[in-house]
Design a protein around this ligand. Structure first.
Ligand code: URA
Length: 192
């Protein structure tokens, strides 16, 4: 299908998508939220229970933790754009199947082309494997910058992984500091 060119048409088409089986089980499509002109874009994995119910990314427990990190490094959540690899919840939050990711990625590609962020942050392994490189190893390669086309990219741990294993939180904090510095550098100013 040819991707709609405007935000409105894109969002409408996405909300009616039935390209994979996950559409049958969703309450809401979780399209993406935030600043559509953001320099900084976060890409997670897929909606959890709260996101499915509310139709917005990162509004459940993982989202609360993401908010804490953003606040800690001085990045206002409303400055950034947030989306996911898949837009419908997978049963019991299982990992998405490759075919589900393939079916959903054209939406994200078009969103990214419209936002034109300068920096993309992958939240977690699933996102980093799809966006940065297929053999991405989150434990070894989080916090490292990659250049791809017009984008600078970096991955950090998924907030859900940090909820399960708080021992990784200091590393994630360092990643967020790194992201905040790069983001501030875009405007030529320092951040806390
Ligand atoms: N986890 C994700 O990857 N995305 C969300 O939107 C919520 C939880």
């Amino acid at each position: 299908m040819a991707m709609p060119l405007t935000w409105e048409a894109l969002e409408n088409a996405c909300r009616n998508c039935t390209a994979c089986g996950l559409s049958a089980g969703r309450t809401n499509v979780v399209f993406g939220t935030g600043n559509r002109k953001a320099d900084l874009m976060f890409i997670g994995e897929g909606p959890g229970e709260q996101e499915d119910l509310r139709g917005e990314p990162f509004v459940g427990p993982a989202g609360m933790l993401l908010n804490e990190y953003l606040t800690a490094v001085g990045i206002p959540r409303e400055d950034v754009y947030i989306a996911n690899i898949i837009k419908c919840r997978a049963p019991h939050n299982r990992d998405p199947e490759a075919e589900e990711e393939d079916a959903c990625l054209p939406w994200l590609r078009r969103q990214t082309a419209l936002v034109k962020p300068k920096i993309i942050v992958c939240l977690g392994r699933i996102s980093a494997k799809r966006i940065i490189k297929a053999d991405f190893k989150i434990t070894r390669e989080h916090g490292i910058w990659y250049e791809k086309g017009a984008y600078r990219m970096i991955a950090t741990y998924h907030p859900s992984a940090l909820l399960r294993d708080p021992s990784k939180r200091p590393e994630a904090y360092r990643d967020f500091m790194e992201i905040a510095e790069a983001y501030a550098a875009l405007f030529g100013k320092e951040r806390p």
